[in-house]
Design a protein around this ligand. Structure first.
Ligand SMILES: *[C@@H]1O[C@H](CO)[C@@H](O)[C@H](O)[C@H]1NC(C)=O
Ligand SMILES: *[C@@H]1O[C@H](CO)[C@@H](O)[C@H](O)[C@H]1NC(C)=O
Length: 710
């Protein structure tokens, strides 16, 4: 995403402002006071394996439902729709015009001009859900089989999901960016008979038609597109292919009574791209999803129907599914967008027209670390390119607010803050519409630097959360009032978090100054396990003597004295070298990422060796700039990556970062290999949330890794 345009035109300084700055700076320095540490989590006694357990400080009993009677996703939805029937619910933007522009190298880019948001009320959406539910049965879907949704996020995604729930169908969800094999595997394993998908994915399906043996019906989202190509439908002649609007019409004209589920019924089988091999399907019961939603609802202060949520992450990701469920409970507006159309300067937005955020003006957004990292880099680059007084002023303002935030909220949000907003930060804030009051971040660890940076620039808390698909996103969630960074907050009020000692790895609950250990999550949000994989389920799920389910996350954490969790490591990422030193791959990677040269890095350690090595995807821009300055000639980037000088240059930069992060000598990669091609979800080397898929990278670059150890 391009967040750069905010700094175009630096009309925000002047002598008057400067004088005012000095005055207000002085005044607010005097007022800066420390807030007393508040306990956010409380230690508690629980069953199961001994450990150090914590619960949310505000609730002594674990939450299970968002409101009385909302024990299933279907009931929760119906309640909210009835309560908020006249309010706007889901919105999308109509395409006003579409054009293709060429970049001169023969590549074509689609540019969109999108209109205002068009809204449907809660009442209208509920009616559509009921129609779809009836239509599905009328269409001949066998209610003893499953349905799957394979699409980007959009209103029809939620409508299909809730429609299926009203007939007690289990919905299989699959990332739209998942590879072919994974798709075939998930649909076949769960015996899906009805597949609900985007029009544009039909082609992809026809290519694997003969291998999708259980599928009988296809329902596609018809955005006024032409009917399905007759060649395409001939190719898939055994399937009944129906437009979504037809199914709704069918159900509207002949309603069928609903078959509502109970709380222990399985709502969703969510396929997550595992870091190894084929994806695993996590079985989520209705009660798991509603428990997580109930908990999140209580930790977002003043959430209500005046809030607006910008939905652009995949709904096939548990973070987004739970977030949208929470927003529905609160009766607010959900506007759909996409990463490619998010801001005015996003790739697919036609120059001079508006991105999703500036039209919607959201108050809440969910995001993942990779996106925030890009925001930060974009803003910093723009500031540096502008240079001069604007850069100095930005850095000064940033420094002031940084100090203020390390002190207290008063300093951060007092009079001085208003001033800085006026002269500097509103520019950045306006990229996201200007009304953001919080950004929720989950999916992977976010660096403290980035968290603070975005926090300061957007002028709203960046709330870190921790949860997994297996715990239905339940886990930890930072308090809005917590100004620290690098932690994921206290337990959500739907679960306990317990640390269990891992002696082998050297993490103990008796560690000083803070207890450490493997993070184990217990409570109603803990899911039923992996579909068709009892072996794997039994390995990581346990039920205690009180009947509570616990999930062993494999993540290592520690509890701060105020009850907040910090993720410090991953069990899988710790390797014991030949001389007995433990090294943490993730920790080293996080340290090396700080180098300007690094876009992506994977550290690898062979337990039979005494050192580690690394594969580095360098920043093309930064490395080429260095090469030009250093007078190094190269034909193309790939050749540059192979040059010894380039490798040496990157390596000395890594050494510097390793030193800054206090890494031990054996933690610095002894040798590195520069790889010219970026790692993308499409290449299968990182997940859709841009997390490194270690096994896949290892397999792809097996030869390179071997050479590094020669
Ligand atoms: C589908 O699953 C069945 C077992 O349920 C298996 O025998 C078959 O090989 C699978 N087909 C594909 C295409 O994976
Ligand atoms: C919902 O469907 C599941 C699986 O088909 C079934 O076991 C369960 O009894 C159903 N629930 C109700 C309330 O009928």
């Amino acid at each position: 995403m391009e967040y750069l345009s905010a700094f175009e035109g630096n009309s925000y300084y002047g002598i008057v402002a400067a004088c005012f700055v000095v005055l207000v700076t002085l005044v607010s320095t005097v007022y800066m006071g420390k807030m007393k540490t508040k306990r956010r989590g409380i230690e508690d006694q629980v069953g199961g394996e001994p450990g150090y357990a914590m619960r949310n400080a505000r609730k002594s009993e674990l939450l299970e439902v968002p409101s009385e009677g909302a024990t299933t996703m279907a009931a929760l939805f119906e309640q909210s729709c009835k309560k908020h029937s006249q309010l706007q619910c889901l919105g999308t933007r109509k395409v006003i015009s579409k054009e293709f522009i060429e970049d001169g190298k023969g590549r074509k880019f689609e540019k969109l001009h999108l209109g205002e948001y068009q809204w449907e009320t809660y009442g209208e959406i509920y009616d559509r859900v009921c129609s779809f539910a009836s239509g599905l049965v009328k269409l001949g879907h066998d209610v003893n089989t499953r349905a799957a949704i394979f699409s980007d996020s959009r209103p029809e995604w939620l409508i299909s999901l809730q429609g299926c729930f009203r007939q007690n169908l289990t919905v299989v969800t699959i990332y739209a960016s998942l590879g072919e094999e994974a798709l075939i595997h998930s649909l076949n394993e769960t015996q899906v008979s009805t597949l609900i998908c985007d029009y544009k994915l039909l082609k992809k399906l026809s290519a694997v038609y003969s291998r999708l043996q259980t599928v009988k019906n296809i329902i596609y989202f018809d955005d006024g597109e032409a009917a399905v190509d007759s060649n395409l439908s001939n190719d898939m002649s055994n399937w009944v292919i129906t437009p979504f609007s037809e199914v709704e019409k069918l159900g509207k004209n002949s309603p069928v009574s609903s078959q509502l589920p109970v709380k222990t019924d399985i709502a969703v089988i969510m396929y997550t791209s595992g870091s190894t091999g084929l994806p695993k399907g996590v079985m989520m019961a209705h009660k798991n999803l509603v428990a997580s939603a109930a908990a999140v609802l209580t930790v977002i202060p003043n959430i209500g129907s005046s809030d607006v949520y910008l939905a652009y992450l995949p709904l096939a990701h548990v973070l987004e599914l739970v977030a949208e469920t929470v927003m529905i409970c609160a009766g607010m507006r959900i506007g759909y967008g996409s990463t490619l159309t998010l801001t005015d300067s996003s790739n697919k937005i036609k120059k001079g027209t508006k991105g999703d955020a500036s039209v919607l003006k959201p108050t809440l957004m969910a995001t993942v670390p990779a996106i925030l990292d890009r925001v930060r880099d974009g803003v910093l680059k723009k500031v540096a390119d502008t240079g001069g007084l604007a850069e100095k002023l930005f850095n000064f303002a940033y420094g002031r607010r940084y100090t203020a935030m390390e002190g207290s909220w008063f300093g951060a949000w007092g009079i001085e803050a208003l001033l800085w907003d006026l002269v500097i930060f509103n520019k950045v804030k306006s990229i996201l519409g200007g009304d953001i009051r919080a950004m929720l971040c989950g999916g992977a660890p976010l660096s403290g630097d980035t968290q603070r940076f975005v926090n300061i620039c957007v002028g709203a808390p960046v709330v870190q959360a921790y949860g997994l698909t297996e715990t239905c996103a339940g886990g930890a969630f930072s308090d809005f009032s917590d100004t620290s960074v690098g932690r994921v907050g206290p337990p959500l009020p739907c679960c306990y978090l317990k640390l269990v000692s891992w002696k082998e790895g050297g993490y103990l609950t008796t560690d000083k100054p803070m207890p450490r250990g493997e993070i184990v999550v217990g409570g109603s949000c803990v899911t039923n396990g992996y579909f068709n994989n009892k072996y794997k389920t039994d390995e990581v799920y346990k039920v205690d003597e009180n009947g509570m389910r616990w999930f062993y996350t494999g993540d290592i954490g520690r509890f701060h004295p105020d009850g907040c969790l910090e993720i410090v490591d991953r069990k899988k990422d710790i390797v014991k070298l030949q001389h007995g030193e433990y090294i943490s791959l993730g920790k080293i990677e996080a340290a090396l990422m700080a180098s300007n040269y690094v876009v992506n890095v994977m550290v690898y350690a062979d337990p039979l060796q005494t050192s580690c090595v690394a594969l580095v995807v360098p920043s093309r821009q930064v490395l080429e700039k260095w090469a030009q300055q250093a007078g190094i000639e190269f034909k193309d980037f790939s050749e540059l990556c192979d040059k010894n000088e380039a490798v040496a240059e990157v390596q000395q930069s890594l050494a510097k970062e390793a030193k800054a992060a206090n890494l031990d000598k054996f933690e610095l990669p002894a040798k590195i290999k520069l790889l010219p091609d970026p790692w993308t979800p499409e290449s299968g080397l990182v997940t859709a949330a841009l997390k490194l898929k270690r096994e896949a990278v290892k397999a792809k670059f097996k030869d390179e890794l071997e050479k590094l150890y020669k």
